[in-house]
Design a protein around this ligand. Structure first.
Ligand code: SPM
Length: 289
């Protein structure tokens, strides 16, 4: 199916967000291919800069990606007192790696991405994100995250899962068994963070995923950020800690304004960290009671 009609890309996904769709006016299609795993497109838009689209779903635009990439990275990193060794599962555009390597306590970052074509296309068309791959702290492996973790036990302080939505290849990353694997790959007191969908669209799914996470993690929270190019302009993250006493909404590491500026953070701050866990009453009631 052609995703672009009369110069507009429309994100139509009847299974994931029935009856609604976000559209972007397209200036030019820069790249289009079918990899072994998915359809990959990069388009230049009129008002959101460049946009990466996988299987018809917007992954990031250069205008607003920092909100997602900073929050999925710094929420878990700052929920851990000493996040020296980090694993990123997915994140083929490089934006999460770009953020994680900024953290002053992070020494070593390993990333496992299944689709090398996403990495190569991002290097060519999305250099402001793919610059994350250039860090000396980073080791990139092309392969399956499940298989990778089976061979890496008790290794990481923080694991971030930057996946696409729970359809196709990413569906298993939302299952309870995935959280069990994450737990085994973590060191004592480790923290995980996964893209988890929006409470506006995926209410039951988020709740179910939180339940799966809480079978293996004594402390579980859900935090949100605003991303205008995602459906409903909104997305959330599930964060799990192996330390039952950790208060996820209170950053273990607080950054001063000068540090935030030095790290070139545009969205994340310690105040935003605390606010991100504050949920509307109806959501809080259903997620936590
Ligand atoms: N590094 C950026 C990759 C983005 N991964 C998440 C994409 C999610 C897009 N759909 C959001 C729908 C929320 N229900």
């Amino acid at each position: 199916m052609d995703l672009i009609s009369k110069g507009w890309f429309s994100e139509i996904q009847d299974d994931l967000w029935p009856g609604q769709s976000f559209s972007l006016k397209v200036k030019e299609v820069l790249h289009k291919e079918k990899s072994e795993f998915q359809d990959i497109q990069v388009v230049e838009t009129e008002t959101y800069g460049r946009c990466l689209i996988l299987d018809g779903i917007i992954q990031c635009t250069t205008r607003d990606e920092f909100s997602y990439q900073e929050m999925i990275s710094f929420l878990p990193l700052c929920s851990h007192p000493n996040p020296q060794k980090v694993l990123i599962v997915g994140g083929g555009d490089g934006g999460v790696a770009r953020e994680v390597v900024k953290h002053p306590l992070v020494k070593e970052v390993h990333q496992v991405e299944i689709d090398d074509r996403v990495v190569q296309v991002s290097k060519k068309y999305l250099p402001s994100m793919a610059c994350g791959f250039d860090s000396e702290k980073l080791v990139l492996t092309i392969g399956d995250g499940f298989e990778y973790m089976k061979n890496h036990k008790n290794e990481f302080d923080v694991i971030i899962t930057d996946s696409s939505d729970p359809v196709g290849p990413a569906v298993s990353l939302f299952h309870e068994s995935y959280f069990e694997l994450l737990k085994q790959a973590l060191k004592e007191g480790g923290v995980v963070c996964s893209q988890a969908g929006s409470f506006w669209l995926d209410f039951d799914y988020v709740k179910k995923t939180m339940k799966g996470c809480s079978l293996h993690f004594p402390k579980v929270g859900y935090a949100v950020t605003s991303v205008p190019s995602y459906p409903c302009g909104h997305i959330g993250f599930i964060i799990g800690s192996l330390d039952a006493n950790r208060k996820l909404e209170k950053p273990a590491k607080r950054f001063e304004k000068s540090e935030i500026d030095a790290l070139n953070l545009k969205y994340y701050s310690s105040n935003i960290h605390e606010a991100a866990f504050t949920l509307p009453r109806w959501v809080e009631k259903h997620f936590y009671e």
